[in-house]
Structures are given as structure tokens and as C-alpha cells.
Write a protein that binds this ligand. Structure first.
Ligand code: FES
Length: 603
């Protein structure tokens, strides 16, 4: 492909044999394992800063990295220039066996360290990063390892965190049992935070963002305005060329699209699609905004701007989004792309389900026409054609006809649910759900009156996300009681069962019943509340034990996403008769493996 710009791509290390092997297999497995993760660095001219994020290289289209620099595991350290302490610690903690996953693990950890150092947190002690143990553990969520096991890999990650408990780190070749903390720290391959800076070549800051790249067969366009996009789409309609609208191409990880397109249109250059705006009517997220960016903005402190209930809802949406795919997918995958896949192909989208519960709106452009639809209307429409483009998604703010301080007042309750094979990291859910309910205190009975309610469920197979309309009708306007709860559970069980006709229908409908029970049971007057039943004695709503919310919603921690491993103890018994068997000896070539060099062939 002929590049119009003189130089658009800089590799901080040569293509390794490892990446070549991955290319061969990319049609078989894409975006699911994290073995090919690289760090992409890009200059943001608006913020005047370089942003660094990890991404799956197998899903990243070459033209999409125009103006970016790419750092591989070999780029952060290698046998010629010296290994990075990440590589050396992977070797010393015995955290690599076959080595297939290790370079991706190293880059995922490296990306987390790079971004932790950009924060304004206090300076950590010498040799440590600003990263926390919890963040370090999550750095590799989504990087799959088939043979080493995650204990030593997590130990490597945690060893960089200033708040690490050194006693928690397992068997390694750096220190001997009984040595004190300071000695242990001094024996670790030294981590120098200053080595992380200025990897981005300055000339890339001058590269223009509008791109047109073309070969004889294919062309790549990055329009910078909606008008330009409209004319591109219009010309396509007239000449019938096969076009693909792309943001990050992560959808390829799920749908193995083998179509040979003539024209690619990259939406990331259009500012309307890449911004997030907040006003009193709510938050509008551009369709090309990445899931990671959306999470970051939804977690910003907006308590002065919105009702506390709305702030709580935004935090919960962000928490749920943090469980979608893995960090290196969320860093490039767009919110709009996720919704379009759900609309067109019934992609099992968590984001659609949680946004359906909050009555989100979508802004669509068809030709030169613009319209706002509810997300529900959008999902019900025929599959979005190429002439239509999703521009943005709006989470409307809440309206309460009372001041925040008037007591007692109506409250919004919101919760999301997700049952999946793993809590974090590339695991599609068996079922997900989100519920938003407005409740008022009933003065006469002392119970809780349900004013309005929206219940959404992800129903998989051939169906997109749905609302539990019959259950909503049943509950709206009712004084909540045990019998109402049982009726709701029965109704939702039947609803999910009738929508879903595959082998795990019974499991999914019982999950739906469990979610309903978990959410609504705390709204029943205390003496009547079911303390033993569906959920092993669950009897405490995360937000409201009683209506007056003894737990302040404002104090709910933002980061409720579970850690992978919180602590561990390793007890090893080894005799001396088979020495050196049992000794923690570093595997020959382990650091080389971690740096991305798979094998050395000598002739
Ligand atoms: Fe073999 Fe992780 S897959 S070391």
C-alpha cells in the first residue's frame, strides 16, 4: 500500500519471528489471548500530550496507526541493549514456560506502569512504581496463559507496586527464605521509572490527522468532518464499491469478516464522534470514543453537576464496562461499534444491556438526515445499513420533582449484573442484566412504592437485549411485598425461557430470577424480607438496606471491580537428596523469551 505521507510508522524494534508466527494464526484466533499485545503511543494535539495504550496487534489495521509509534516487548528491552526489569522478573519468578503468552504479558504490564507514572500520585519508594497492587494484578486480565499458571505472573506484576506485601510473593530466584524486606527489595532487578519517558519520536507530533492512503485495489480514508463523511458515503452509493466503516476493527475478534473491501473509512478523525459532552440534560458519548475513555469520564467526580443518584448510576455503568473484554481491547474498541454490532448482528453486548436500562438515546445520521432514537427503537429497527452511521449515545440525566435535601424523598436504585465464566478478562456472559427503579416511601404502610422501573436483559443466540416489559408492568405503581417479588420472579423466568432456545435456557432463566431477587428483596419491609431462599441467605441490598439508605451512596467506592488474586501463601517442601532439583534456578533463555524472541536457530 502506497503511503501519501513520507513516514507514518515507527517500530521501536524490528518485527520479530514471534509476530510473524502470530500473523499466520491471526485468522484462526484473533483478539482473544493477548499474546500479541503492543503499546501504541499517539500524540493528542488538543491535550498536547502523548497517550499510551495497549492494543491487540492482530486486530489493529496498519493504516489505523498512522502517526503512532509502536513498542513491542522486544522494544522495551532485549538481549543486545539489555533486558527490561519486567523481563528479568518474569525469568526470576519462573513466570514463563512455553513463552507464547509472555511478550504480551510484559507489554500489558509495561503499559500499566507507563500510565501509572503519569498520575499525580505521591512519589513511590526507589525501585517501585506508582501502580497499586490491585492495578498491577488487573494489568494482565485478558492475557491468557495456558501453561505457567497465574500465581508467578501476578507476583511479577505485584513486585512493581509500592504497596506490595513482599511476603505475599512466591518462590523466586532472587532471595532466600527468611531474608528481610529491604534485602528482598534490593535483590529484585532494579526498576527505574525515568527509563519510561520520552519513547515517542517528536517528529510524529507534526503528522497531520487527515489521511488518505491508497493502493491499486484498496483505499483508506480518515475524514475529519461529517460533511466529508457524507460525501464519501454518497460516492460509495453511486459506484457500488465495497466499504467498511472502522474505528478499531476489534469486532474482527468476534466476527471473522473475510470480505475484501475496496474502501475503508476510519471514523476517528471526526471530532463530533470522538468527544464526550456533559450538560444538565446528561452525558453524550461520541460513537468513536473508546470504552476505556468512556469509563474514565464516567468515573470523574460530577457530584456538583448532577443528582447524586445519577452520579451513582454513571459509576455503576463504568464499573460494569470495566468487565467487558480486556484492557487491551477496551483501549481501542469504541462504544458505538459495540452498539452497532449488537444492533446488526445481535452481538452479546453488555454495554447495550446497561444502557437500555437507563433509557439511553442514540443519534443517527442517514445521508444528510439526523435523528435521535431511543436505544430500544434503535435495536428494534432492521439492521443498520451502510448509509447510516451512529454518531453518539446519550445517557439522559434523571429528574426528581424534589430537592436532594427534602426527606423522605424518591430515590433511584440501579444495579447491573453479569454471570460469566470469569469475572474479568475476555469472558462473554451467560446472562447480564441491569435494573433501574424509582421508589418512594409509602407514608400509610411504611413500605416502598415502585414508581417506575426499567429492567433489561441480554438474551443471546439470535436475540438482542430486551426489556422485561411484563415484569415492569407488574411492578410499576405497586407497594412492594413478598408476593409481588414472587410474581416478578415467576414472570421473568418465563420471559427469559421463551426468548432463549438453546441448551442453557434453564440456567439463564434461573440467573434472571436470581438477579431480580437480589435486587428487589431488600425493598420488602424488614420483618417480611426473605432471609433464606434463592441466594444462600442474601439479605442486604448494596445500596439500600432500608429505604432511607443507611449506606451513603456517595461513599460507595468507585472501583468495585474484583481483583484477581488478593493474597496467597506458598509452602514448598524440598529435600536435598536430588539437588539441584527443587532449587529455584532461572530457566535458560527465559528473559529472551519474555522479550519476544521465540527461538534462536544456529547454522
Ligand atoms: Fe505457555 Fe503462558 S502460554 S507460558
Amino acid at each position: 500500500m502506497q503511503m501519501k505521507e513520507e513516514k507514518v510508522l515507527v517500530l521501536s524494534s524490528p518485527n520479530s519471528f514471534f509476530n510473524l508466527v502470530l500473523d499466520v494464526f491471526k485468522w484462526l484466533v484473533s483478539g482473544g489471548c493477548g499474546a500479541c499485545v503492543v503499546l501504541i503511543s499517539r500524540y493528542d494535539p488538543v491535550l498536547e500530550q502523548v497517550e499510551d495504550f495497549t492494543a491487540s496487534s492482530c486486530l489493529t489495521l496498519l493504516c489505523s496507526i498512522h502517526g503512532c509509534s509502536i513498542t513491542t516487548s522486544e522494544g522495551i528491552g532485549n538481549s543486545k541493549e539489555g533486558f527490561h526489569p519486567i523481563h528479568e522478573r518474569f525469568a526470576g519468578f519462573h513466570a514463563t514456560q512455553c513463552g507464547f503468552c509472555t511478550p504480551g504479558m510484559c507489554v500489558s504490564l509495561f503499559g500499566t506502569l507507563v500510565n501509572a507514572e503519569k498520575t499525580d500520585r505521591p512519589e513511590p519508594p526507589d525501585g517501585f512504581s506508582k501502580v497499586t497492587v490491585s492495578e498491577a494484578e488487573k494489568a494482565i486480565a485478558g492475557n491468557l496463559c495456558r501453561c505457567t499458571g497465574y500465581r508467578p505472573i501476578a507476583d511479577v506484576c505485584k513486585s512493581f507496586a509500592a504497596d506490595v506485601d513482599m511476603e505475599d510473593l512466591g518462590l523466586n530466584s532472587f532471595w532466600k527464605k527468611g531474608e528481610n524486606r529491604d534485602l528482598k527489595v534490593s535483590r529484585l532487578p532494579r526498576y527505574d521509572r525515568n527509563q519510561l519517558s520520552s519513547r515517542f519520536p517528536t517528529f510524529l507530533k507534526e503528522i497531520k490527522q487527515d489521511v488518505f492512503l491508497a493502493s491499486e485495489k484498496h483505499s483508506w480514508h480518515r475524514p475529519i468532518s461529517l460533511t466529508e463523511l457524507q460525501s464519501l458515503l454518497k460516492s460509495n452509493n453511486s459506484n457500488g464499491s465495497r466499504i467498511k466503516i472502522v474505528v478499531s476493527n476489534t469486532g474482527m475478534g468476534y466476527y471473522k469478516d473475510k470480505e475484501d473491501y475496496d474502501k475503508y473509512i476510519d471514523l476517528r478523525g471526526i471530532s463530533e464522534l470522538s468527544k464526550i459532552t456533559k450538560d444538565r440534560t446528561g452525558i453524550e458519548i461520541g460513537a468513536a470514543v473508546t470504552i476505556s475513555k468512556a469509563i474514565e469520564v464516567l468515573r470523574e467526580d460530577t457530584r456538583g453537576d448532577f443528582l447524586s443518584d445519577y452520579v451513582m448510576i454513571l459509576e455503576k455503568i463504568a464499573d460494569h464496562m470495566s468487565k467487558v473484554a480486556s484492557g487491551f481491547i477496551r483501549n481501542t474498541a469504541s462504544v458505538g461499534g459495540n452498539l452497532v454490532m449488537a444492533q446488526r448482528n445481535n452481538f452479546p453486548s453488555d454495554i447495550t444491556v446497561i444502557l437500555l436500562a437507563v433509557d439511553a438515546m442514540v443519534h443517527i445520521m442517514t445521508g444528510t438526515q439526523f435523528e435521535w432514537l431511543t436505544l430500544e427503537e434503535f435495536l428494534e429497527r432492521p439492521a443498520l445499513g451502510l448509509e447510516s452511521v451512529l454518531l453518539s449515545i446519550k445517557i439522559p440525566s434523571l429528574e426528581l420533582n424534589q430537592s436532594e435535601s427534602s426527606e423522605p424523598r424518591s430515590r433511584f436504585l440501579f444495579e447491573t449484573y453479569r454471570a460469566s465464566p470469569r469475572p474479568l478478562g475476555n469472558a462473554l456472559p451467560y446472562l447480564n442484566a441491569a435494573f433501574m427503579v424509582k421508589v418512594s416511601p409509602c407514608k400509610d404502610s411504611g413500605g416502598n412504592l415502585i414508581d417506575t422501573c426499567r429492567l433489561s436483559f441480554g438474551v443471546y443466540g439470535s436475540k438482542h437485549a430486551i426489556r422485561g416489559n411484563k415484569v415492569e408492568e407488574l411492578l410499576s405503581g405497586k407497594l412492594f411485598s413478598t408476593s409481588v417479588l414472587y410474581d416478578a420472579v415467576d414472570l421473568i423466568t418465563a420471559t427469559i425461557a421463551s426468548q432463549d432456545d438453546n441448551a442453557i435456557t434453564a440456567y439463564r432463566s434461573s440467573l434472571a430470577a436470581g438477579f431480580i431477587f437480589q435486587f428487589f428483596n431488600p425493598l420488602i419491609d424488614s420483618p417480611e424480607r426473605i432471609s433464606n431462599g434463592y441466594l444462600n441467605g442474601y439479605n442486604k441490598h448494596p445500596f439500600a438496606q432500608d429505604f432511607e439508605l443507611k449506606v451513603s451512596q456517595k461513599q460507595i467506592p468507585h472501583d468495585k471491580v474484583p481483583t484477581l488474586i488478593t493474597s496467597g501463601k506458598q509452602v514448598l517442601e524440598a529435600g536435598c537428596e536430588h539437588l539441584p532439583v527443587g532449587e529455584p534456578i532461572v530457566k535458560s533463555g527465559a528473559a529472551l523469551q519474555a522479550s519476544g524472541v521465540f527461538c534462536i536457530i544456529k547454522f
